[in-house]
Design a protein around this ligand. Structure first.
Ligand SMILES: *Cc1c(COP(=O)(O)O)cnc(C)c1O
Length: 392
């Protein structure tokens, strides 16, 4: 067995991460840098496993919370880190001068000013401009006043940023264009108030970085696609429509494996699992896997999804339990206790994608990945030789 000493685990393909991030390094505009977004435990892939690999290729790492930034420093990573979410004042201690904060309010600037006076550490500020997402940020109208608050607090504004509202799940990028126009106005205001446009100007997430070179500015923030996933089918289709071909080969980095814990024989007419939601129409062999909804395998996949056993997609039958699922392996000869099954990823000729599972349970690849339990062991693996250098 090549997994860690656990009954189920996640393997992260370092080659795939490098491949995906390199693709963005090559395609972003001249002078633009790439931030690998590693929030939410690196989209479920494991912060500890992903961050050192991402740091080999990306210029920046971006996280949601201050604690994640501290964790990255604890791993010895020295590249610039951007904290994109709300940071309460008591979370500022211990952040270093290469940790940049995306700031969305005058209050937060006040806390940063107080922190600077108390500790002597002036944390670099990127002003977040709300161009229509109405989530985080200040309006363009509020920007002059915010710039003055930053100056009064003695803070260095090194960046201006925004975030798109409607870019992933649509073929109509009209609103993104409106947001970009408003962002351009914000940059003009920033130039007027600060004397120059700050060094770091950024707007793009994966979808924008895939579709809109004109939004690269000096930094792009790549999350889901660093892990080898399109943000949505619409983004992929938009790419194909723009370019007339399918030319981006993202490589999913994550494989989730479990060992068969038991093989069960179920007589015709017997039922399987809680609620007796599945009845055997024929004598059935079940592989019982030690993984369930507590581990991030959604309960709504019961009687819907498939798991790879010996490379064959075998249906999950009955309800998904907290730490157990049952899989019908009647058509897969010779399955034994202790062999590997694949919940997400490839095995032999078979593949189960995150997108397929997310679709079956009515969510998106982002949520399914982000909810993979952080207690599941993760290990970094090298790509299989045949896959190395594949795609472009
Ligand atoms: C999460 C996040 C991103 C990354 O988005 P993807 O669609 O995963 O690339 C970029 N910017 C901000 C502000 C985010 O919160």
């Amino acid at each position: 067995m090549d997994g860690p000493r656990a009954s189920h685990w996640i393997e992260v393909d370092a080659g795939a991460l490098r491949h995906n991030l390199s693709l963005f390094r090559r395609t972003v505009g001249p002078g633009a840098q790439v931030a690998a977004v590693v929030k939410a435990n690196a989209y479920g892939h494991g912060l500890e496993q992903v961050a050192p690999v991402a740091a080999e290729v990306a210029d920046w790492l971006a996280v949601h919370a201050a604690g994640e930034a501290r964790a990255l420093r604890g791993m010895g990573l020295r590249l610039p880190v951007m904290v994109m979410g709300f940071v309460p004042p008591w979370e500022l201690d211990g952040l270093d001068r290469d940790t940049h904060l995306l700031v969305s309010s005058a209050e937060a600037l006040g806390w940063l000013g107080e922190h600077r006076r108390r500790t002597g550490v002036s944390l670099p500020v990127h002003l977040k401009v709300d161009t229509g997402t109405h989530r985080q940020g200040v309006s363009v109208g509020e920007l002059p006043a915010i710039c003055r608050v930053a100056a009064r607090e003695g803070l260095e504004v090194v960046g201006v940023a925004t975030h798109f509202a409607n870019i992933e799940d649509t073929l109509d990028h009209g609103f993104a264009g409106t947001q970009r126009d408003l962002f351009e106005r914000a940059l003009a205001v920033a130039r007027h108030e600060l004397g120059e446009v700050p060094r770091w100007v950024h707007a793009s997430c994966s979808a924008a970085a895939l579709l809109f070179r004109e939004c690269d500015y000096t930094l792009v923030r790549v999350g889901i696609s660093a892990y080898g996933h399109w943000p949505s089918r619409e983004t992929q289709l938009s790419w194909v429509l723009r370019h007339g071909r399918d030319g981006v080969r993202l490589r999913p980095a994550l494989t989730w494996k479990a060992l068969v814990g038991q093989v069960q024989h179920v007589a015709q007419g017997e039922t399987v699992g809680y609620g007796r939601t599945w009845t055997a129409l024929r004598p059935t062999r079940l592989a019982v896997l030690p993984v369930g909804y507590a581990d991030g395998y959604p309960r709504s996949l019961g009687n819907r999804s498939r798991v790879l056993v010996r490379g064959v997609p075998a249906p999950v039958v009955g309800r998904v339990c907290m730490n157990i699922v049952m899989v019908d392996v009647s058509d897969v000869p010779g399955v034994g206790v202790g062999e590997e099954a694949v919940l997400i990823g490839r095995q032999g000729e078979g593949a189960v994608t995150v997108e397929e599972l997310a679709g079956l349970c009515g969510t998106i690849n982002y949520e399914l990945l982000a909810r993979l339990s952080s207690t599941t062991p993760r290990l970094v693996v090298a790509s299989a030789p045949a896959e190395q250098g594949a795609g472009g």
